[in-house]
Ligand binder design. Structure first.
Ligand SMILES: [Zn+2]
Length: 245
């Protein structure tokens, strides 16, 4: 009798344990799917597939120097726009620009100025340029800045055109002018990024200097400047960002 009660209790507690494990397993799995969808799914999958074999996905690419409709900016570099403005591909980070993956080795895919302006390459900048546009074509009277980066190899050897050495300030450039080539520089030679151009539109601080590009709020949604959807929150996760006139 005593034995039976003990057995029943034992069976009950085992059942409870199983149920708890199953429930927490389901909750854990749901959590993983949710996090995966938000941070790892969708565009990550497309980027990895594309980078493994870009020749399989020619329809993913947008051509350098193309213009979508009557948008003000020329597209700066040929490639697949793998990540969009306000994308969240890392926990707690929001992407301030667009990433254009050329699908080539580093140093091969050219990058051009999207718009007329005045180019600065600060001392010590290996892979970055910024172009001052005194009169925002979509907001006349206000100044914006076009930031371009990852133009160096993993070790930091620059792919920026020789016309713009470090320490270049306010050099006039025209839309369509060659600036350099896509690279995989990340700052850490052991962990290069996939070869791409990061492009963002940075707001002015009101006194003629650019704000910190790393803050999403200091940047503008590039959508109206290129004439097609580049806002991660508005574009479908499995949709290829492209001009569809
Ligand atoms: Zn980027």
């Amino acid at each position: 009798m005593v034995k039976t009660t003990a057995n029943t209790k034992h069976v009950k507690s085992q059942t409870l344990l199983k149920a708890t494990l199953i429930a927490s397993g389901i909750i854990g799995l749901a959590g993983m799917i949710l996090v995966g969808r938000t941070y790892l799914g969708g565009r990550n999958k497309m980027v990895f597939s594309y980078l493994r074999n870009p020749s399989l996905y020619p329809e993913y690419q947008t051509e350098a120097l193309s213009r979508c409709g009557d948008a003000p900016f020329l597209f700066p570099s040929t490639g697949f726009i793998g990540y969009l403005w306000d994308d969240s591909f890392k926990l707690f980070s929001r992407h301030q620009g667009i990433d254009i993956f050329g699908g080539t080795a580093a140093g091969k895919t050219p990058i051009y100025a999207p718009y007329d302006g005045f180019l600065t390459r600060e001392e010590g900048w290996r892979s970055s340029l910024i172009i001052r546009v005194p009169d925002d074509p979509l907001n006349p009277g206000s100044q914006i800045w076009l930031y371009l980066t990852h133009m160096a190899d993993a070790d930091g050897n620059s792919f920026i055109d020789a016309a713009f050495p470090a320490g270049t300030y306010e050099k006039r450039v025209a839309a369509g002018e060659l600036l350099g080539f896509q690279g995989d520089y990340s700052g850490n030679p052991a962990k290069p990024v996939g070869v791409h151009l990061h492009f963002s539109i940075v707001r002015d601080n009101g006194t003629g200097h650019y704000l910190n590009e790393l803050e999403l709020n200091n940047t503008l949604d590039p959508t109206p400047y290129f004439g097609f959807e580049l806002n991660a929150k508005k574009s479908g996760k499995s949709e290829v960002p492209k001009c569809r006139p």
